[in-house]
Design a protein around this ligand. Structure first.
Ligand code: PMP
Length: 352
Protein backbone atom coordinates (compact mmCIF):
# COMPACT_ATOMS: atom_id res chain seq x y z
CA UNK A 1 0.00 0.00 0.00
CA UNK A 2 2.86 2.39 0.73
CA UNK A 3 3.56 2.78 -2.96
CA UNK A 4 0.40 4.73 -3.59
CA UNK A 5 1.63 7.44 -1.18
CA UNK A 6 4.92 8.01 -2.95
CA UNK A 7 5.16 11.47 -4.49
CA UNK A 8 5.36 10.88 -8.21
CA UNK A 9 7.57 13.29 -10.08
CA UNK A 10 9.29 13.26 -13.44
CA UNK A 11 12.79 14.41 -12.42
CA UNK A 12 14.84 17.03 -14.21
CA UNK A 13 17.51 15.40 -16.39
CA UNK A 14 20.81 17.26 -16.14
CA UNK A 15 23.42 17.06 -18.91
CA UNK A 16 25.75 14.06 -18.80
CA UNK A 17 28.81 14.26 -16.53
CA UNK A 18 31.19 11.83 -18.24
CA UNK A 19 33.68 10.04 -15.93
CA UNK A 20 36.66 10.66 -18.13
CA UNK A 21 38.59 13.96 -18.09
CA UNK A 22 39.65 13.14 -21.60
CA UNK A 23 36.60 14.66 -23.27
CA UNK A 24 35.57 18.11 -24.44
CA UNK A 25 32.62 18.97 -22.29
CA UNK A 26 30.35 21.53 -23.92
CA UNK A 27 27.03 20.26 -22.58
CA UNK A 28 26.28 21.90 -19.21
CA UNK A 29 27.33 25.52 -19.67
CA UNK A 30 30.23 25.35 -17.23
CA UNK A 31 33.04 27.89 -17.38
CA UNK A 32 36.15 26.56 -19.17
CA UNK A 33 38.45 28.62 -16.92
CA UNK A 34 39.41 27.74 -13.34
CA UNK A 35 38.12 29.70 -10.32
CA UNK A 36 40.13 32.73 -9.19
CA UNK A 37 43.36 32.59 -7.14
CA UNK A 38 41.53 33.47 -3.90
CA UNK A 39 39.47 30.28 -4.22
CA UNK A 40 42.64 28.21 -4.56
CA UNK A 41 44.16 30.00 -1.55
CA UNK A 42 41.14 29.22 0.66
CA UNK A 43 41.35 25.55 -0.25
CA UNK A 44 45.06 25.33 0.50
CA UNK A 45 44.91 27.22 3.82
CA UNK A 46 41.49 26.27 5.23
CA UNK A 47 41.55 25.48 8.96
CA UNK A 48 39.95 22.03 9.06
CA UNK A 49 39.46 22.24 12.86
CA UNK A 50 36.63 24.69 12.21
CA UNK A 51 34.64 21.94 10.43
CA UNK A 52 33.83 20.62 13.92
CA UNK A 53 31.32 23.47 14.18
CA UNK A 54 28.20 24.20 12.15
CA UNK A 55 28.49 26.96 9.57
CA UNK A 56 26.84 30.36 10.07
CA UNK A 57 23.13 29.80 9.27
CA UNK A 58 22.86 33.48 8.28
CA UNK A 59 25.80 33.13 5.86
CA UNK A 60 26.65 36.69 6.82
CA UNK A 61 30.13 36.80 5.22
CA UNK A 62 28.91 35.77 1.77
CA UNK A 63 25.66 37.74 1.87
CA UNK A 64 27.58 40.87 2.85
CA UNK A 65 30.16 40.35 0.08
CA UNK A 66 27.38 39.90 -2.51
CA UNK A 67 25.45 42.93 -1.17
CA UNK A 68 28.61 45.09 -1.34
CA UNK A 69 29.25 44.02 -4.93
CA UNK A 70 25.75 45.05 -6.04
CA UNK A 71 25.42 48.12 -3.77
CA UNK A 72 22.62 46.53 -1.80
CA UNK A 73 22.34 45.55 1.85
CA UNK A 74 22.66 42.07 3.34
CA UNK A 75 18.88 42.10 3.97
CA UNK A 76 18.38 42.05 0.19
CA UNK A 77 20.42 38.86 -0.30
CA UNK A 78 19.38 35.23 0.03
CA UNK A 79 21.96 32.51 -0.69
CA UNK A 80 21.60 28.82 -1.43
CA UNK A 81 23.21 25.67 -2.76
CA UNK A 82 23.28 26.71 -6.40
CA UNK A 83 20.48 28.71 -7.98
CA UNK A 84 18.51 25.47 -8.34
CA UNK A 85 18.20 25.44 -4.55
CA UNK A 86 17.39 29.16 -4.49
CA UNK A 87 14.66 28.82 -7.13
CA UNK A 88 13.17 25.80 -5.34
CA UNK A 89 12.99 27.94 -2.16
CA UNK A 90 11.34 30.72 -4.19
CA UNK A 91 8.67 28.30 -5.45
CA UNK A 92 7.94 27.17 -1.90
CA UNK A 93 7.87 30.70 -0.54
CA UNK A 94 6.10 32.69 -3.24
CA UNK A 95 4.10 30.37 -5.47
CA UNK A 96 1.20 29.42 -3.22
CA UNK A 97 -1.67 30.94 -5.16
CA UNK A 98 -4.37 28.72 -6.67
CA UNK A 99 -3.79 30.65 -9.92
CA UNK A 100 -1.21 29.20 -12.34
CA UNK A 101 2.31 30.54 -12.47
CA UNK A 102 3.55 31.47 -15.95
CA UNK A 103 6.77 30.71 -17.80
CA UNK A 104 7.83 30.22 -21.44
CA UNK A 105 7.17 26.86 -23.13
CA UNK A 106 10.81 26.66 -24.22
CA UNK A 107 12.94 27.54 -21.22
CA UNK A 108 14.97 26.06 -18.36
CA UNK A 109 13.48 22.59 -18.11
CA UNK A 110 13.52 22.60 -14.30
CA UNK A 111 10.66 25.12 -14.00
CA UNK A 112 7.88 22.63 -14.71
CA UNK A 113 9.62 19.96 -12.58
CA UNK A 114 9.53 22.24 -9.50
CA UNK A 115 5.92 23.14 -10.26
CA UNK A 116 5.01 19.44 -10.24
CA UNK A 117 7.16 18.74 -7.18
CA UNK A 118 5.59 21.56 -5.14
CA UNK A 119 2.13 21.11 -6.69
CA UNK A 120 2.07 24.58 -8.11
CA UNK A 121 -0.38 24.98 -11.02
CA UNK A 122 1.36 26.40 -14.10
CA UNK A 123 0.75 27.52 -17.65
CA UNK A 124 3.40 27.88 -20.34
CA UNK A 125 3.47 30.67 -22.90
CA UNK A 126 4.74 29.84 -26.39
CA UNK A 127 7.80 31.61 -27.76
CA UNK A 128 7.04 33.42 -31.01
CA UNK A 129 8.25 32.23 -34.45
CA UNK A 130 11.68 33.73 -33.78
CA UNK A 131 11.91 31.95 -30.42
CA UNK A 132 11.42 35.20 -28.50
CA UNK A 133 9.39 35.58 -25.30
CA UNK A 134 6.29 37.75 -25.81
CA UNK A 135 5.91 40.26 -22.94
CA UNK A 136 2.16 40.78 -23.45
CA UNK A 137 1.56 37.04 -22.85
CA UNK A 138 2.41 37.68 -19.20
CA UNK A 139 -0.38 40.20 -18.63
CA UNK A 140 -3.08 37.69 -17.69
CA UNK A 141 -4.08 36.78 -14.13
CA UNK A 142 -1.41 34.54 -12.58
CA UNK A 143 0.09 33.20 -9.36
CA UNK A 144 3.63 34.30 -10.21
CA UNK A 145 6.06 34.48 -13.13
CA UNK A 146 9.51 33.04 -13.75
CA UNK A 147 11.58 33.93 -16.82
CA UNK A 148 15.31 33.50 -17.48
CA UNK A 149 17.23 36.34 -19.07
CA UNK A 150 18.92 35.41 -21.35
CA UNK A 151 16.46 32.60 -21.97
CA UNK A 152 17.81 29.05 -21.98
CA UNK A 153 18.44 27.21 -24.21
CA UNK A 154 17.96 29.88 -26.87
CA UNK A 155 20.47 32.35 -25.36
CA UNK A 156 18.22 35.19 -26.52
CA UNK A 157 18.12 38.16 -24.13
CA UNK A 158 15.45 40.81 -23.65
CA UNK A 159 16.12 44.36 -22.47
CA UNK A 160 15.06 46.20 -19.34
CA UNK A 161 11.95 47.73 -20.98
CA UNK A 162 10.65 44.26 -21.68
CA UNK A 163 10.83 43.38 -17.98
CA UNK A 164 9.43 46.70 -16.75
CA UNK A 165 6.40 46.01 -18.97
CA UNK A 166 5.95 42.62 -17.29
CA UNK A 167 6.50 44.09 -13.81
CA UNK A 168 4.04 46.95 -14.46
CA UNK A 169 1.43 44.43 -15.60
CA UNK A 170 1.91 42.27 -12.50
CA UNK A 171 1.99 44.32 -9.28
CA UNK A 172 0.21 41.48 -7.44
CA UNK A 173 2.58 38.64 -8.40
CA UNK A 174 6.14 37.79 -7.59
CA UNK A 175 8.18 38.05 -10.80
CA UNK A 176 11.40 36.02 -10.74
CA UNK A 177 14.05 36.83 -13.33
CA UNK A 178 16.61 34.04 -13.51
CA UNK A 179 19.84 35.76 -14.56
CA UNK A 180 22.02 32.63 -14.58
CA UNK A 181 23.73 33.74 -17.83
CA UNK A 182 23.29 37.51 -17.72
CA UNK A 183 27.02 38.27 -17.22
CA UNK A 184 27.79 36.99 -20.73
CA UNK A 185 26.13 39.90 -22.49
CA UNK A 186 22.61 40.74 -21.28
CA UNK A 187 21.23 43.66 -19.29
CA UNK A 188 20.47 42.93 -15.63
CA UNK A 189 17.33 44.12 -13.85
CA UNK A 190 19.01 44.25 -10.43
CA UNK A 191 18.71 48.02 -10.30
CA UNK A 192 14.90 47.70 -10.53
CA UNK A 193 14.76 45.98 -7.13
CA UNK A 194 14.31 49.29 -5.26
CA UNK A 195 11.43 50.21 -7.56
CA UNK A 196 9.51 46.91 -7.69
CA UNK A 197 8.91 45.14 -4.38
CA UNK A 198 7.63 42.05 -6.24
CA UNK A 199 10.87 41.53 -8.23
CA UNK A 200 13.28 38.72 -7.34
CA UNK A 201 16.51 38.35 -9.33
CA UNK A 202 18.25 34.97 -9.16
CA UNK A 203 21.96 34.57 -9.91
CA UNK A 204 24.54 31.80 -9.78
CA UNK A 205 28.31 31.39 -9.27
CA UNK A 206 28.18 28.28 -11.49
CA UNK A 207 28.70 29.98 -14.84
CA UNK A 208 30.48 33.34 -14.90
CA UNK A 209 32.37 32.67 -11.64
CA UNK A 210 33.60 29.16 -12.50
CA UNK A 211 32.17 27.51 -9.37
CA UNK A 212 29.57 25.02 -10.62
CA UNK A 213 31.24 22.39 -8.45
CA UNK A 214 30.78 24.41 -5.25
CA UNK A 215 27.07 25.07 -5.67
CA UNK A 216 26.48 28.73 -4.86
CA UNK A 217 23.42 30.67 -5.98
CA UNK A 218 21.63 33.71 -4.65
CA UNK A 219 18.47 35.77 -4.93
CA UNK A 220 18.22 39.55 -4.63
CA UNK A 221 15.00 41.25 -3.67
CA UNK A 222 13.37 43.63 -1.24
CA UNK A 223 14.02 42.92 2.45
CA UNK A 224 10.51 41.67 3.22
CA UNK A 225 10.56 39.12 0.39
CA UNK A 226 14.06 37.96 1.39
CA UNK A 227 12.89 37.56 5.01
CA UNK A 228 10.05 35.35 3.77
CA UNK A 229 12.58 33.22 1.85
CA UNK A 230 14.66 32.83 5.00
CA UNK A 231 11.63 31.80 7.07
CA UNK A 232 10.93 29.00 4.61
CA UNK A 233 14.58 27.99 4.36
CA UNK A 234 15.04 27.83 8.15
CA UNK A 235 11.92 25.66 8.33
CA UNK A 236 13.51 23.25 5.91
CA UNK A 237 17.28 23.05 6.46
CA UNK A 238 19.18 25.83 8.24
CA UNK A 239 22.75 24.91 7.37
CA UNK A 240 22.76 24.34 3.64
CA UNK A 241 25.99 26.16 2.81
CA UNK A 242 29.12 24.64 4.29
CA UNK A 243 31.99 26.61 5.83
CA UNK A 244 34.39 26.05 2.95
CA UNK A 245 31.92 27.04 0.23
CA UNK A 246 31.01 30.25 2.04
CA UNK A 247 34.68 31.30 2.00
CA UNK A 248 35.08 30.29 -1.64
CA UNK A 249 32.10 32.41 -2.58
CA UNK A 250 33.49 35.46 -0.79
CA UNK A 251 36.78 35.16 -2.68
CA UNK A 252 35.04 34.63 -6.03
CA UNK A 253 32.88 37.73 -5.76
CA UNK A 254 35.79 39.88 -4.54
CA UNK A 255 38.01 39.19 -7.55
CA UNK A 256 36.25 41.38 -10.06
CA UNK A 257 39.25 41.72 -12.36
CA UNK A 258 39.58 37.97 -12.91
CA UNK A 259 35.82 37.63 -13.33
CA UNK A 260 35.79 40.30 -16.06
CA UNK A 261 38.80 38.76 -17.79
CA UNK A 262 37.16 35.30 -18.00
CA UNK A 263 33.81 36.67 -19.13
CA UNK A 264 35.35 38.78 -21.89
CA UNK A 265 37.43 35.82 -23.14
CA UNK A 266 34.26 33.70 -23.33
CA UNK A 267 32.35 36.44 -25.18
CA UNK A 268 35.22 36.74 -27.67
CA UNK A 269 35.34 32.95 -28.23
CA UNK A 270 31.57 32.93 -28.64
CA UNK A 271 31.76 35.44 -31.50
CA UNK A 272 34.46 33.42 -33.26
CA UNK A 273 32.51 30.17 -32.80
CA UNK A 274 29.37 31.79 -34.09
CA UNK A 275 31.23 32.81 -37.27
CA UNK A 276 32.79 29.37 -37.80
CA UNK A 277 29.47 27.61 -37.34
CA UNK A 278 27.72 29.98 -39.73
CA UNK A 279 30.50 29.32 -42.25
CA UNK A 280 29.65 25.64 -41.97
CA UNK A 281 26.06 26.51 -42.93
CA UNK A 282 24.63 26.23 -39.42
CA UNK A 283 21.80 28.45 -38.27
CA UNK A 284 22.97 30.13 -35.06
CA UNK A 285 20.81 32.14 -32.67
CA UNK A 286 22.20 35.47 -31.47
CA UNK A 287 23.20 34.55 -27.91
CA UNK A 288 23.80 36.72 -24.85
CA UNK A 289 24.77 33.61 -22.85
CA UNK A 290 27.83 31.31 -22.69
CA UNK A 291 26.27 28.87 -25.13
CA UNK A 292 24.91 28.80 -28.67
CA UNK A 293 21.74 27.16 -29.89
CA UNK A 294 22.45 25.95 -33.41
CA UNK A 295 20.68 24.13 -36.21
CA UNK A 296 23.09 21.99 -38.21
CA UNK A 297 22.91 21.69 -41.97
CA UNK A 298 23.17 18.43 -43.90
CA UNK A 299 22.78 16.20 -40.82
CA UNK A 300 20.14 15.86 -38.12
CA UNK A 301 20.86 17.38 -34.71
CA UNK A 302 20.46 14.01 -33.03
CA UNK A 303 22.87 12.27 -35.41
CA UNK A 304 25.40 15.05 -35.03
CA UNK A 305 25.11 14.88 -31.23
CA UNK A 306 25.88 11.13 -31.37
CA UNK A 307 28.78 11.52 -33.77
CA UNK A 308 30.33 14.29 -31.65
CA UNK A 309 29.92 12.16 -28.55
CA UNK A 310 31.67 9.26 -30.29
CA UNK A 311 34.58 11.63 -30.82
CA UNK A 312 34.60 12.64 -27.15
CA UNK A 313 32.82 15.98 -27.64
CA UNK A 314 29.73 16.38 -25.48
CA UNK A 315 27.04 18.89 -26.47
CA UNK A 316 23.39 19.03 -25.42
CA UNK A 317 20.53 17.59 -27.44
CA UNK A 318 16.91 18.13 -26.37
CA UNK A 319 14.42 15.70 -27.82
CA UNK A 320 11.54 18.14 -27.42
CA UNK A 321 9.09 19.94 -29.70
CA UNK A 322 10.69 22.88 -31.54
CA UNK A 323 14.12 21.98 -30.14
CA UNK A 324 14.82 18.59 -31.67
CA UNK A 325 16.46 20.14 -34.75
CA UNK A 326 18.94 22.06 -32.57
CA UNK A 327 22.01 21.48 -30.44
CA UNK A 328 23.09 23.63 -27.53
CA UNK A 329 26.83 24.12 -27.45
CA UNK A 330 28.61 25.62 -24.43
CA UNK A 331 31.45 28.02 -25.17
CA UNK A 332 34.74 26.46 -24.06
CA UNK A 333 38.31 27.67 -24.58
CA UNK A 334 39.50 28.75 -28.05
CA UNK A 335 41.34 25.45 -28.35
CA UNK A 336 38.24 23.41 -27.48
CA UNK A 337 36.14 25.33 -29.97
CA UNK A 338 38.77 24.80 -32.69
CA UNK A 339 38.59 21.06 -32.02
CA UNK A 340 34.81 21.24 -32.21
CA UNK A 341 34.96 23.03 -35.56
CA UNK A 342 37.47 20.49 -36.92
CA UNK A 343 35.26 17.60 -35.80
CA UNK A 344 32.20 19.22 -37.37
CA UNK A 345 34.03 19.75 -40.66
CA UNK A 346 35.10 16.13 -40.78
CA UNK A 347 31.64 14.80 -39.85
CA UNK A 348 29.96 17.00 -42.45
CA UNK A 349 32.45 15.98 -45.17
CA UNK A 350 31.73 12.31 -44.45
CA UNK A 351 27.96 12.71 -44.84
CA UNK A 352 28.12 14.74 -48.06
N1 PMP B 1 18.86 28.68 -14.22
C1 PMP B 1 19.17 28.36 -15.48
C2 PMP B 1 18.49 29.07 -16.59
C3 PMP B 1 20.13 27.36 -15.73
O1 PMP B 1 20.42 26.99 -16.99
C4 PMP B 1 20.77 26.72 -14.64
C5 PMP B 1 21.85 25.68 -14.90
N2 PMP B 1 21.41 24.42 -15.13
C6 PMP B 1 20.39 27.07 -13.35
C7 PMP B 1 19.44 28.07 -13.17
C8 PMP B 1 20.94 26.40 -12.14
O2 PMP B 1 22.29 26.57 -11.97
P1 PMP B 1 23.00 26.32 -10.57
O3 PMP B 1 22.08 25.49 -9.72
O4 PMP B 1 24.25 25.63 -10.91
O5 PMP B 1 23.21 27.67 -9.98
Amino acid sequence: MWRQYIRKVEPYTPGEQPDSDNVIKLNTNENPYPPCEGVKRVLSTFDTDTLRKYPDPNVKALRTAIADYYNLSMENVFVGVGSDDVIAMCYMTFFNSPKPILFPDITYSFYDVWADEFRVPYKTKALDDEYRIVASDYAEDNGGIIIPNPNAPTGIAEGKDFFTEILNNNPDSIVIIDEAYVDFGAESVIDLIGEYENLIVVRTFSKSRSLAGSRIGFALGNAEAVRALHDVKYSFNSYTMDRITIELGVEAIKDDEYFRECVSKIICTKKQTQDSLRNLGFEVFESAANFLLVKPKGISAEELYTQLKNRGIFVRYFNKPRLSDYLRITIGTDEEMDKLTEALQSILEAVQ
